[in-house]
Design a protein around this ligand. Structure first.
Ligand code: IMP
Ligand code: MG
Length: 189
């Protein structure tokens, strides 16, 4: 085992992380949002679409906090290179397995940053004839917004910092943290 690995015995108490939102705070807020969703969608059998991979943690906790009949689906999308950033065009890597015409759709996303990805995705889903398309996002990095995206159910607004944990990664690491943290030194192991 490398010495750095030996020193950092626990990923969850990794000294290179500052805790921004605790696991308890996340779970408490999700209980509130879940109850709100259950009230708003009662009798509508919404289809909740999780955006892979980051939203998988939020989606799995959120559906257990929403005491109604619902369905889940997943999509995977990736932005094109830097030159395509401004257009907001994204590539669909994994599309839905079902038609959504007439369905009430709730997109579940980990974080809204520039808003480019979500504004493309929401427009794309609306064009498929959904009865309604709404958005639930755990985090809102509002200072970085380039395209307006209405967030119907929001966990937390956060400052303009690169965050990890609870599904969010830095080079595929830290998704399994039960809290949201900020990496102090991105170069450290
Ligand atoms: P947007 O199109 O700029 O809103 O990009 C949103 C996507 O970028 C999210 O779904 C995340 O995958 C990623 N992202 C944005 N900010 C962060 C962050 O602070 N940590 C980890 N991933 C992030
Ligand atoms: Mg994402």
């Amino acid at each position: 085992m490398a010495t750095s690995e030996a020193r950092i015995m626990s990923e969850f108490s990794n000294p290179n992380l500052d805790v921004l939102i605790t696991a308890d705070e996340i779970q408490q807020r999700i209980r509130e949002i879940g109850a709100e969703i259950a009230r708003d969608y009662a009798g509508q059998k919404p289809l909740m679409i999780g955006v892979l991979k980051g939203a998988c943690t939020f989606l799995s906790d959120l559906i257990r906090a929403a005491d109604i009949q619902l369905g889940i689906e997943f999509m995977a999308i990736s932005s094109y290179g830097a030159s395509m950033r401004t257009s907001g065009e994204v590539r669909i890597l994994k599309d839905l397995d079902v038609a959504i015409e007439g369905r009430h759709i709730l997109v579940v996303e980990d974080i809204v940053d520039t808003g480019l990805t979500l504004s493309y995705l929401l427009a794309n889903l609306k064009s498929r004839g959904a009865a309604s398309v709404k958005l639930a996002a755990l985090l809102d990095k509002f200072e970085r917004r380039e395209k307006e995206v209405p967030i119907d159910y929001l966990g937390f607004q956060i400052p303009d910092k690169f965050v990890v944990g609870y599904g969010l990664d830095f080079a595929e690491r830290y998704r399994n943290l039960p809290f949201i943290g900020v990496v102090k030194d991105p170069m450290a192991e």
